[in-house]
Design a protein. Structure first.
Length: 237
């Protein structure tokens, strides 16, 4: 056996089994490293409770993952990825893919992209693009960062019944921002296809307080005469 020390807790694991399940530990215990000679390895930047669940999984225990344990599933996936427990990674990715829904797909998407879980990221993105009209009503939409919002709405595959829905979604997002200058608002508005919005629809939102509060009423009002593309050529945020 080898001893793995995580947050002060010691896990005794059969070395051959550990090396078979994890290419990380296979590399560690296959060469003449201190850990291999002493049979002890200290695991840093890892939660002991999450590491324990992974070890128990290989002992035949289930993760018992449910949608309300989404954060736990993400934590298990990150740890499994760090130590290259491939079977656990597949289990978590399959679970997160299966539970994709309007209420959680943005959280899964914004989690998976920076951690480079490519299949999960692509699946959650495609779901988010297709279900935009439902997703933009969710709290998680309002929690997007400015860059995340821009990238999401700027995707050419964004699916919506009508473009005014995109503008109204931007308005709801802006209402939740404590302070955002005119320049940043204008950059976000670049993703809205104003040429597809009727004057009647624009009239229904142009006098909303969110524009006045940010000094953008005149910008919206000028669309009728000049058109968005003439006023603000497409830029990258």
């Amino acid at each position: 056996n080898v001893s793995l020390v995580v947050e002060g807790r010691t896990f005794r694991v059969k070395k051959d089994f550990l090396m078979k399940q994890s290419s990380y530990f296979d590399a560690m215990f296959s060469v003449d490293m201190k850990e291999a000679r002493e049979g002890i390895a200290t695991i840093n930047e890892t939660r002991a409770d999450i590491f324990e669940k992974i070890i128990q999984y290989y002992d035949g225990h289930s993760f018992h993952l449910t949608e309300d344990k989404l954060d736990e599933a993400c934590s298990i996936l990150i740890t499994a990825s760090m130590y290259q427990f491939r079977t656990v990674m597949e289990e978590c990715i399959n679970f997160l893919t299966e539970i994709l829904a309007p209420r959680n797909c943005l959280k899964i998407m914004t989690f998976s992209f920076p951690h480079n879980f490519k299949n999960l990221a692509n699946n959650s993105l495609q779901f988010a693009l297709w279900e935009f009209d439902s997703i933009c009503q969710q709290q998680q939409f309002l929690n997007l960062s400015q860059v995340e919002l821009f990238d999401y709405l700027d995707n050419p595959n964004l699916n919506t019944k009508c473009e005014i829905n995109v503008l109204r979604a931007v308005m709801r997002w802006l209402e939740k921002q404590e302070s955002l200058g005119v320049e940043k608002v204008e950059k976000i508005l670049q993703v809205v296809r104003f040429q597809s919005i009727t004057n009647a629809d624009l009239d229904s939102v142009i006098h909303h307080p969110v524009w006045k509060d940010r000094g953008c009423t005149d910008v919206l009002g000028s669309f009728r005469s000049a058109g968005w593309q003439a006023l603000y050529p497409k830029k990258v945020l």
